[in-house]
Design a protein around this ligand. Structure first.
Ligand SMILES: [Zn+2]
Ligand SMILES: [Zn+2]
Length: 341
């Protein structure tokens, strides 16, 4: 029997047998979890029962990065046994942003494991998931689920690269080598950019170097060496200091793309640099067509996701996995594996 996990309060995960309805909603397929991964958003909810000022109203299953095997296609074109990437963005399809292909900005979007969707929808940290067929992307045979779970976070990273206009031959700086920063590094390297990555933690910088970046540990070098060197800076740390570093490191008329999940707070930002150098600061929230781009990168084997994986835990140890992430000592993504393999 499968299990489900629920966040019931800050730092409290209840794990138990999953209760299943006998009927699968129309337009949905039933999927057995293969692999899921932990996101900074999950960690915010786990630590605070809230994220970016959005409080959870009731217990919810976390997780929005996952893939699974179809167990019931429910009359759709999917095939039983097929591995599918789960796109967590369930957009309405009819609002103005949706009509422009900007599902990430949909005004009636549903997103699992998030306080922004009311009533909350359970996320992917459970063994059996009913998911809209149109949000299930079947993949080529032989794709490793441990790699495919990167589809969603990789799509977020690629969206930031697209917003920043990252292309082959450019100089790109990534500030912060957490999982998102590392995916930005890998994505920019795959595009043929020359990438530099910085972080306070030497271990995290080491992973960025293995992913193809030149790595610098903050404190070990003079920040002046970064000045005006970069066409694009991707801010992936969430630290205000790093944002100010980005403003000095970007060239005139360059772009700073904000990929990090910056929490609400007062901050001293050097706006003067934005004016003087005519910097474009662009936000990046989730993704659109980049989900497809990410799945294709994974199918092609263009990125070594094993390098970017810190650890894997069975689903039943979701709380332990979140505690490991909270401790900040695991460099790269933390993965959960479905109970049935
Ligand atoms: Zn995420
Ligand atoms: Zn919409």
């Amino acid at each position: 029997m499968g299990i489900e996990t629920k966040l019931t309060a800050a730092r409290a995960i209840a794990t138990g047998p999953q209760r299943l309805s006998n009927t699968i909603p129309e337009g949905y397929a039933r999927v057995r979890l293969a692999a899921a991964s932990l996101c900074g958003t999950d960690l915010h909810y786990y630590s605070n029962f809230a994220n970016a000022g959005f409080l959870l109203k009731n217990p919810v299953t976390l997780g929005h990065e996952a893939c699974g095997y179809v167990t019931d296609a429910n009359g759709s074109g999917l095939q039983v046994g097929q591995l599918v990437a789960l796109n967590p963005i369930m957009n309405c399809g009819i609002c103005a942003p949706c009509m422009r292909g900007e599902e990430n900005l949909c005004t009636a979007k549903k997103f699992p494991g998030s306080a922004t969707t009311v009533p909350h929808l359970d996320g992917f940290f459970r063994d059996v998931i009913d998911h809209p067929v149109r949000c299930c992307r079947p993949v080529a045979a032989g794709v490793n689920p441990r790699h495919l779970t990167f589809a969603e976070p990789m799509a977020c990273a690629l969206h930031a690269l697209n917003k920043g206009g990252v292309a082959a031959g450019q100089q790109v700086l990534v500030t912060g080598c957490g999982p998102m920063g590392l995916l930005a590094v890998a994505g920019a390297v795959a595009r043929g950019a020359t990438v530099t990555a910085i972080d306070l933690r030497a271990g995290a910088v080491e992973v960025a170097v293995r992913a193809g970046a030149q790595g610098l540990v903050i404190g070990d070098f003079d920040e002046a060496v970064l000045d005006r060197r970069f066409d694009v800076v991707v801010e992936a740390s969430g630290a205000i200091a790093a944002f100010n570093t980005a403003l000095r490191a970007v060239r005139q008329k360059g772009r700073v793309a904000i990929l990090s999940n910056i929490q609400l707070r007062e901050a001293q930002v050097n706006l003067n640099q934005i004016m003087l150098k005519e910097i474009e600061v662009v936000g990046s929230f989730q993704f659109n067509r980049e989900f497809e781009e990410a799945v294709q990168l994974i199918e092609m084997g263009a990125v070594d996701f094993d390098i970017l994986t810190a650890r894997a835990y069975p689903l039943a140890e979701a709380a332990k996995a979140l505690d490991t992430m909270a401790a900040g000592e695991a460099f790269g993504k933390i993965i959960l594996l479905g109970s049935e393999g």
